[in-house]
Design a protein around this ligand. Sequence first.
Ligand code: ZN
Length: 349
Amino acid sequence: MTGGGTSCRTLILTDRRFLAHDAGIGHPESPARLRAILTDLERAPPAGLVFEEPRAATDAEIDAVHSPAHRALLRSLAGKRARLDPDTAMSEGSWEAATLAAGAAVGAVEAVWSGRAASAFALVRPPGHHAEAAGAMGFCLLNNAAIAAEAGRRLGARRVLVLDWDVHHGNGTQHIFAARDDVMYMSAHQYPFYPGTGAATEVGAGAGRGFTINCALPGGQRDADYGAVFHDLFLPAARVFAPDLVLVSAGFDPHERDPLADMRVTERGFAAMATAVADLARESCGGKLVLLLEGGYDLAALAASTRACLEVLGGRREDFPRGAGAEAAGAIAETRAALAAAGRPVPET
Ligand SMILES: [Zn+2]
């Protein structure tokens, strides 16, 4: 930031200390991921970016989402190496990285909420959306998106949308907000696939019934198919919800070159998704939009896709190509039927 009170277009919250989280040799969620993004941005920075280092999330911010026992366990492993589940490990710098990642998510929300930044992208690791209230899972230690959503609520947002385009279902985020009508969770993901959750019939519970939206897609979906998911499902549902704040769990593992999954999305597709959420945020809440990095495991695809989204935050527009296939249409129809059965039908477009 340049001086008090000035606002910038796009705030990037990132920190070299994220590179000190090391899940082990050969692990796909490696420090090289963030290094690839930062090297690419340093080589040719898109216009309008301001870089800042985040603060660590406070205990209270973490405890708004996670059990004190989970926080205590992670803290007790600070400075050590430990394995938390078959996919999830900590190194000496992991606790600090995790608290900074969650703090970056909160700081991004604070910046757009106050108007200090037009939008923000927290370029963090470890990722967050698989972390449950009481446990680490799937490369994730703390649920950055959930912690950010709670921070937004405390700042005064009445309705927070979390849109998750990572190729894996964000089980943690869904479960944390399943019974809530003030935080809507929507996800498009490969299914059946890791972590096994995210069926169309999972629509939330109690007061939160109809506020969880899962588009469970077979592998192989392309930019045009994601376009149908956005235009026929996500955007009409989000307009009814009318969020005060839009958060995106931005994973770039639906990319066609990603080694962990089977989708066929390109950089142009991610730019079109970013355009769609930026338009939604402008219509609904004066543009209050925060992107949070989740997965993405092909280094060049990850860097190029992150850049494409940052170009959109800087003013580029990209439309989805036409020509969605029958599989996407079928998945969308299944989700729409489940939401109608839950008493929260999505308007026809
Ligand atoms: Zn993922």
